[in-house]
Unconditional design. Sequence first.
Length: 237
Amino acid sequence: MRFPLSALADVRLGYPFRTRVTPETQGETALVQLADLNGGVLDASSLVRVRLARIREHFALRPGDILFRARSQMHDATYVDDLTPGPGVVRVVAAAPILVLRVRPPHGRAGGLPDGVAGLDARYLHWLLNHPQTQAVLRTQSTGHNAEILRKSDLEGLLLPVPSPAVQRLIVEAAGLLERERELRRRLLEERFTMIQRRLLHHAEAEESVAENGGPPSPTPRTEGNERPAWARLEGI
């Protein structure tokens, strides 16, 4: 079944600063700004600190919250996993225009999940909001210059599939493994690129060294098997 996001999570605006944010190294509040969001997991260790003398407690973030960029060229979601910003910090707060999503309590409790939803894993909701298909839907609803603004009401009206908790956990696990595989493949390609670049420079320097010492020229690479990459044919010299 599909449910509107408003039935699955509370959506509220981050803390509205009336003036420009002024960092305070001894501030008791760690502040999340748009630049701190990356679509993955929040890194609370490098947040700027500010002083907020009086603030309503509901603005304080909790593990499991989801931070959403509604006014940006990217409408992605960042997951709040661990909140350990450092000593002296008593709370972590997201600044407006960041939207904070908090999964509703279980069905049967006040403001709880709707009938038919046995449970909702915040990590599943985070994955679902960042899914390319969901992102495509959000882009069609964005307005403003370069479609940078997504209204809170449009986000709340987003219809989302909610499978059983067991399937949600399997999806989160599989998505994590897929992301890990992509990262390993990226590193492997970078290492391969660096290795080949190093070998190409080696051939260039070897050719130059032979010419300077008056030795015989290096043999010309064979033309047979030109279907092999050029760098591989150089290795045969």
